[in-house]
Design a binder for this molecule. Structure first.
Ligand SMILES: Cc1cc2nc3c(=O)[nH]c(=O)nc-3n(C[C@H](O)[C@H](O)[C@H](O)COP(=O)(O)OP(=O)(O)OC[C@H]3O[C@@H](n4cnc5c(N)ncnc54)[C@H](O)[C@@H]3O)c2cc1C
Length: 414
């Protein structure tokens, strides 16, 4: 990590990303958005998977398939900033990132495999995932413990000869139904002094005896392929070679994949929030109350203005944080602040959009209600707001305790 900032803050889109973003924009408007009509039931995209396959063919033709992967894996190697900007475009349609094969949790799992996988693991698990022949899931959260403190996790993996034997229960595991494999966070040691270093990542093929989907809870927000089911692991045996990275390195590896993932999520939320504001402004211009357009009532104008400010601040935070990541500068604090601020701004913007739409804001067959429901979950996954605030406050206090200004913990811009 370098500590000195490269000269000049430049908020223009780097020239090499411009043509890619134009192709992604065309893909979203000409391919993904029209394809939404061909999904028979939005709550069951898997039943219309041929539509997703066709979108992937279009993405390949446009040269934008798996943009997050390095070129030798069929991608574009666009980096953190590139992926954030692509995600912003994808926010306009839930099919867009599926069509690029760049959706959670597969995108994050591809990065995790690249970070920690050996050659055999990459061929066995990454190759089919990158080519879109399989899906995957990441299994950390457990129903019985507060999983925002990872040292609570109870699923164990015990060595028995040449195998790991896993036992435990997971839930809210995105994409698990129909996934070919899971990257499971499991306790491989029980040393109180080691904390999160007791945990490892283990690849579990989902056809292994003992892996079972217990139930499919209904969650607030739109459904994703494979849902977010609850999983039981009972005496699940996998080869020793399915350990991903070193023993005890589970959370260190997970941390390395998180910065890019959180910024991509944040930019996707910005894309969705922008759509909510666009729809709101259009509606206010179309409807009249008390003798004039809704758009001419100051109370509603203030809502538009507040959402515009939220979007501006959100975009700047993502761009600045991505800039820090790409220049190898410290960025943990900035990622925490950005993830938290943008997820909460998304909620505020969605809420105002509901209000500006009146009854149309809560009609489940119109877009705003779905956006509102999706926005609520953003404050919980990928680190809940409170946990990120804990991390942020720790940085502020560390500097204050050292008798220094806390500026460095506040984005350290300029
Ligand atoms: C849409 C969605 C998709 C998800 N996908 C996955 C997935 O694919 N794989 C997976 O493993 N998990 C997934 N999750 C689960 C998610 O990672 C967890 O919900 C999250 O980590 C919080 O854990 P928990 O639900 O156990 O909450 P808990 O740990 O029980 O926390 C409850 C509340 O207490 C707060 N809290 C905790 N500590 C403190 C503190 N010190 N001070 C103040 N407040 C605190 C938390 O912020 C939270 O608001 C997903 C969640 C959602 C909503």
């Amino acid at each position: 990590m370098t500590t000195t900032a490269p000269a000049g803050l430049d908020f223009s889109i780097p020239p090499h990303l411009q043509p890619i973003l134009e192709r992604v924009r065309a893909f979203v408007t000409q391919d993904a958005l029209p394809a939404e009509q061909r999904i028979a039931d939005p709550a069951d995209v898997l039943a219309s998977w041929d539509v997703v396959e066709a979108l992937r063919d279009r993405a390949r033709e446009r040269g934008i398939y798996t943009p997050h992967l390095p070129e030798q894996w069929g991608g574009l190697g666009v980096g953190v900033l590139g992926m954030a900007l692509i995600s912003q475009e994808c926010g306009a349609s839930p099919l867009a990132s599926l069509g690029l094969n760049a959706m959670a949790p597969d995108e994050g799992n591809m990065h995790t495999l690249l970070i920690a996988g050996d050659e055999g693991q990459l061929e066995t698990w990454l190759r089919p995932l990158a080519e879109g022949r399989t899906r995957s899931c990441f299994a950390m959260t457990e129903p019985d413990v507060a999983s925002s403190d990872p040292t609570n996790l109870g699923t164990t993996a015990v060595r028995d000869g040449d195998e790991w034997v896993l036992n435990g229960r997971k839930w809210c595991i995105t994409g698990a139904d129909g996934a070919a494999f899971a990257i499971v966070v499991a306790k491989t040691d029980d040393d109180a002094t080691k904390g999160h270093r007791n945990y490892s990542l283990i690849i579990v093929p989902t056809d292994t005896p003992g892996w079972r989907i217990v139930r499919h809870p209904q969650w607030l927000g739109s459904d994703v392929p494979g849902g977010h089911p609850e999983i039981a692991l009972q005496d699940v045996r996998v080869p020793i070679g399915n350990l991903l990275g070193g023993e005890g390195e589970g959370f260190a590896i997970a941390q390395r994949r998180l910065a890019g993932g959180r910024l991509a999520h944040a930019m996707r939320w910005i894309g969705v929030a922008q759509r909510a504001l666009d729809l709101s402004a259009k509606r206010l211009l179309e409807r009249r109350a008390f003798g004039k357009e809704l758009a001419r009532h100051q109370g509603l104008q203030f809502m538009l203005a507040d959402s515009a400010m939220d979007l501006y601040a959100s975009r700047l935070m993502v761009l600045h944080t991505a800039w820090k990541v790409e220049h190898g500068m410290p960025h943990r604090q900035e990622v925490a602040m950005t993830k938290t601020f943008v997820s909460e701004a998304f909620g505020r913007i969605a809420d105002r959009a509901v209000q500006m739409h009146g009854a149309a804001g809560i009609a489940m067959d119109l877009p705003i209600a779905g956006i509102y429901a999706d926005a609520r979950a953003a404050r919980i996954y990928d680190g809940a707001s409170e946990v990120h605030r804990m991390v942020m406050a720790r940085e502020v206090l560390k500097l204050a305790a050292a008798g220094e200004s806390t500026r460095q913990a506040c984005g350290d811009v300029g």
